[in-house]
Design a protein around this ligand. Sequence first.
Ligand code: LLP
Length: 421
Amino acid sequence: MDHFLYRDGELYAEDVSIADIAAEVGTPFYCYSTATLERHFRLFDEALDGTPHMVCYAMKAASNQAILKTLANLGAGMDVVSGGEYARARAAGVPGEKIVFSGVGKTRDEMRLALEGGIRQFNVESEPEMEELSAVAQELGVVAPITVRVNPDVDAKTHAKIATGKSENKFGIPISRAKEVYAHAATLPGLKVVGIDVHIGSQLTDLEPFRLAYRKVADLTEALRAEGHDIIRLDLGGGLGIPYTRSNDAPPLPVEYGQMIKEELGHLGCEIEIEPGRLVAGNAGILVSKVIYVKSGEGRDFLILDGAMNDLIRPAMYEAHHDIVAVDEPEAGIEQQPYDIVGPVCESGDTFAKERMMPPLKAGDLVAFRSAGAYGAVMASEYNTRPLVPEVLVHEHQFAVIRARPTFDEMINRDTIPEWL
Ligand code: LLP
């Protein structure tokens, strides 16, 4: 459920008209709903009621500080994957003790930043990383709390580019080697083992792969405890999928996911961490764009929008489907027609949808890409020297620009021309 609904014949975000925002901010822009963000975060938090837990929002999904602060105000921790994300979370007021640091390629500088600034734990992904972290911690005279990310070798049954839990993926250490790796960790003076980490992929629409992975983690917890390791925390990653269309089967709900976690892991008495990103932000954001031209091609009409692949890369990168709706509510029963919906960027991959049935549209009309809140703005670029798409946050009847559209000068002046030219 989200808070982008038609009212009086036009699309609203909570109590604000999308057309009013477009008139003030221009298009394209991302628009997020506070109520939806909060609702989705609470669904996870409540799903783990009765179990000691922390929901660490995977901020890679949407990392504007206003979004982070909205969630942090509800008690969210953060899952970060770079020094930049760590700094951003801290700037948004998230305390170090609520930040977990994931990722296969943490550098010494990133480790230092987090150790000096405070960190809940590092989710370590390899033995070389373990050694490096121990050395950095020793240099600073501190001890780094860690989990080791295990790769459980389960098929997440999702898009190949976002599956991470098969043995051929670059993530984690093979679960078959876990005992050895934990024994190694225990010998490193700069580290303190606190738990186990697992994350098998994103946009999972079935609980079974999670269940299989978590069962393996439960067995491993007992095996490692038997060898004297103090496993007090289980980080279960993110990955629960969202409905991208109104028609397809809805993925399992957070409450069902939480129930399954309790069933599989409740007996271990561990603190549970989860790292949802997409389910918190995905349906809490839309991308609003304007039709520039309607162009008749051979056997098809093109809707040429002012938004492009640089603003929302998911269709080009993963063949992802986003529902696209007219901001002016179509009259009931109006005949729809197929459009190829494209952006102005100079490559054919800049296609959002082919033969998409839409009400008749004309130049100047606004459309909204639904489910664009996660992995939308954060993956945007300035390709074709198009300004980075701005972001707007709605809260009930108010809205605020939370990232402004850069001017051409701001974009261009970041280049420096060497003196020999
Ligand atoms: N934890 C870790 C260690 C992750 O790698 C990820 C996502 C998450 C949590 C959050 O997963 P979520 O709950 O959002 O599924 N750009 C792609 C998605 C890449 C996901 C990468 N890792 C897309 O647009 O679909």
